[in-house]
Design a protein around this ligand. Structure first.
Ligand SMILES: O=C(O)CCC(=O)C(=O)O
Ligand SMILES: [Fe+2]
Length: 302
């Protein structure tokens, strides 16, 4: 990418970030309410953790969920988003895929699959994609991510990259090998449609997180560059693999240190999902202008 192209892209990103800041989101409240409902079942009723209104405190719920995802690698909430909210997400998904040829975002294509990458999330056009923004900007996810990354001295990057991913029939899906990600990420997924076994749900190896974490840190210490699909590939007995099939509107929370991989999509099926990535923040190399416009809420310190 030339310097002019890079600057033009940066200016576009900055202007849409500013425009977004000035736009109220009609879906935010409904989305937050649906997500609060989704997580509120996780704590047994205990007066010590309840608010005066008798509801579990979000910080306790977030702590419990962060701990669970650390231990188990994933948490699946089947059909957590339904009705008008899911319809709105689906319409926006469709719009994003249909306009991918002229998209201002980065578009990757692989074996018929289309993957639109919005990076950073504040550059998402909130007027055109309000439900998507409401989902990935929810304070419920932010609380979970904050608990998950509480020991990170630099704070974390909250859902800073969003992937909008449609996969048609394929025997070799993107990220199909069982692996851990070279840079750890906490991911929030939404299933746009039902994902039965035939539509290629992600598969995971429960219990693999601690060993993978050690291996990742070790390998990164030894080598500047790790090759994806090679250095981070792992093995597991087939009977220990779990397939994360689920109905439309399912929300998945995944720690990428838990072994995972996409599975094949069979004839006549499509797998349609969106996911947001959170990461431990690194010392930033952004320009002063970027820091001024992007930063106030970009890095969450604990
Ligand atoms: O698409 C999938 O099922 C796997 C995606 C993946 O490897 C990831 O989210 O890190
Ligand atoms: Fe991955």
């Amino acid at each position: 990418m030339s310097t002019t192209q890079r600057l033009t892209r940066e200016l576009k990103v900055l202007s849409s970030v500013l425009a977004n800041r000035l736009t109220a989101n009609p879906w935010q409240e409904k989305m937050d309410r649906a997500l609060v409902e989704m997580v509120s079942g996780v704590l047994p009723s205990d007066p010590a953790t309840e608010s005066p209104a008798g509801e579990p405190q979000l910080s306790n719920v977030a702590e419990t969920l962060a701990e669970r995802v650390r231990n188990e690698g994933v948490i699946l909430f089947p059909a957590a988003i339904t009705g008008l909210l899911l319809d709105a997400l689906r319409d926006e998904f469709q719009q994003m895929i249909e306009t991918s040829d002229s998209s201002p975002y980065i578009v990757d294509r692989h074996d018929g699959a289309i993957c639109v990458r919005i990076d950073p999330r504040p550059s998402l056009d909130k007027k055109a994609y309000p439900a998507t923004n409401a989902f990935f900007d929810s304070y419920v996810f932010r609380a979970i991510a904050r608990s998950f990354y509480q020991s990170e001295s630099q704070g974390f990057n909250f859902n800073n990259t969003i992937f909008v991913h449609e996969t048609p029939e394929t025997t070799s899906p993107l990220s199909g090998k069982l692996h851990w990600d070279r840079t750890q990420a906490l991911k929030f997924w939404i299933y746009i449609d039902d994902i039965p076994m035939e539509a290629g749900p992600m598969r995971i190896h429960p219990g693999s997180t601690p060993a993978n974490k050690v291996e990742r840190i070790d390998k990164r210490r030894q080598a500047e560059h790790l090759e994806g699909g090679k250095d981070n590939v792992v093995d597991a007995a087939p009977e220990e693999i779990r397939y994360l099939a689920g109905p439309a509107g399912t929300v998945l929370i995944h720690d990428s240190d838990c072994s995972h991989g996409a599975s094949p999509v069979t004839s006549g099926q499509f797998r349609r999902i969106m996911r947001g990535h959170c990461r431990a923040a690194q010392p930033t190399r952004s320009t002063a202008l970027q820091r001024l416009v992007l930063n106030p809420q970009r890095f969450y310190r604990c």
